[in-house]
Design a protein around this ligand. Structure first.
Ligand code: KIV
Length: 272
């Protein structure tokens, strides 16, 4: 049964602002391929993030840094082909926007032109303000990302909760305010104290989508492989698993292996 306050045949960046106004929470998941994105869309998830977490869960890298712009475009165009309703947002990968605003704009334009997505996300605040403005001036919707920003793992040195100290919390609030003022349509807040995240969400008009940021924000995002229990070795406190696909897949593969070995697959009806 739908719990939506309003039906959105096609979710746009404006729909997300409206959902916040209507106090309807926004449900977002990551996806990186056609088949998964089709199921996510069919389930009525509002927004799909083609995250650079593809570097971890699709390619097996330890950090998100190695994924390239070409690889992000490949994942994003696969997702866009699958989706009829959800808003599709794509991460600008590490190294594709940090040099200068012109590089950032070129990368964002490539994503929009070559994948057909509806907007981009990038990590950071005041230090990349000029680049974000440049992208926004080209008419490309931008989602910010503050708090734990995995592309800066080598600076932080850890994936622990961010902005627990007042200096960092104050800077985060200023950055969030600035992102709204320059025209970002939403912000992801990752792994920050719930009280701080709620304060930010309450003080802004644009939606705040949390991951490990508590329940006082306007929506939630999870990495799909984590919430499906495919990656069973990743167990942060904020993660709720909605399935144990790791075990279910092992059971299915094991049954298939046994059937092949015993010669019971294929049977008479499964051949021509
Ligand atoms: O890349 C990603 O999946 C993300 C989410 C964790 C927000 O940025």
């Amino acid at each position: 049964m739908s719990t939506a306050k309003k039906e959105y045949p096609r979710v746009t960046v404006k729909s997300l602002t409206e959902m916040k106004l209507l106090k309807e929470k926004i449900a977002m998941l990551t996806a990186y391929d056609y088949s998964m994105a089709r199921i996510v869309d069919e389930a009525g998830i509002d927004a799909i993030l083609v995250g650079d977490s593809a570097a971890n869960v699709m390619a097996g890298f330890e950090t998100t840094l190695p994924i390239t712009l070409d690889q992000m475009i490949y994942h994003a165009s696969s997702v866009v082909r699958a989706v009829q309703r959800a808003l599709v947002i794509v991460d600008l990968p590490f190294g594709s926007y940090q040099s200068d605003p012109k590089q950032a704009l070129r990368s964002a334009i490539r994503i929009m032109k070559e994948s057909g997505a509806s907007g981009i996300k990038l990590e950071g605040g005041h230090e990349i303000k000029d680049s974000i403005e440049r992208i926004l001036h080209a008419g490309i919707p931008v989602m910010g990302h503050l708090g734990l920003t995995p592309q800066s793992i080598n600076k932080f040195g850890t994936y622990k909760v961010r902005a627990k100290e007042s200096d960092e919390a104050e800077q985060l609030k200023k950055d969030a305010q600035m992102l709204e003022e320059i025209g970002c349509f939403a912000i992801v807040l990752e792994k920050v104290p719930a009280k701080l995240a709620k304060e930010v969400a309450d003080s802004l008009q644009i939606p705040i989508i949390g991951i490990g940021a508590g329940n006082g924000v306007d929506g939630q995002v999870l990495v799909i492989h984590d919430m499906l229990g495919i990656t069973n070795e990743f167990n942060p406190r904020f993660l709720r698993r909605y399935a144990d696909l790791h075990q279910e897949m092992i059971t299915a593969f094991d049954a298939y292996r046994k059937d092949v070995k015993s010669g019971s697959f294929p049977n008479a009806k499964e051949q021509y």
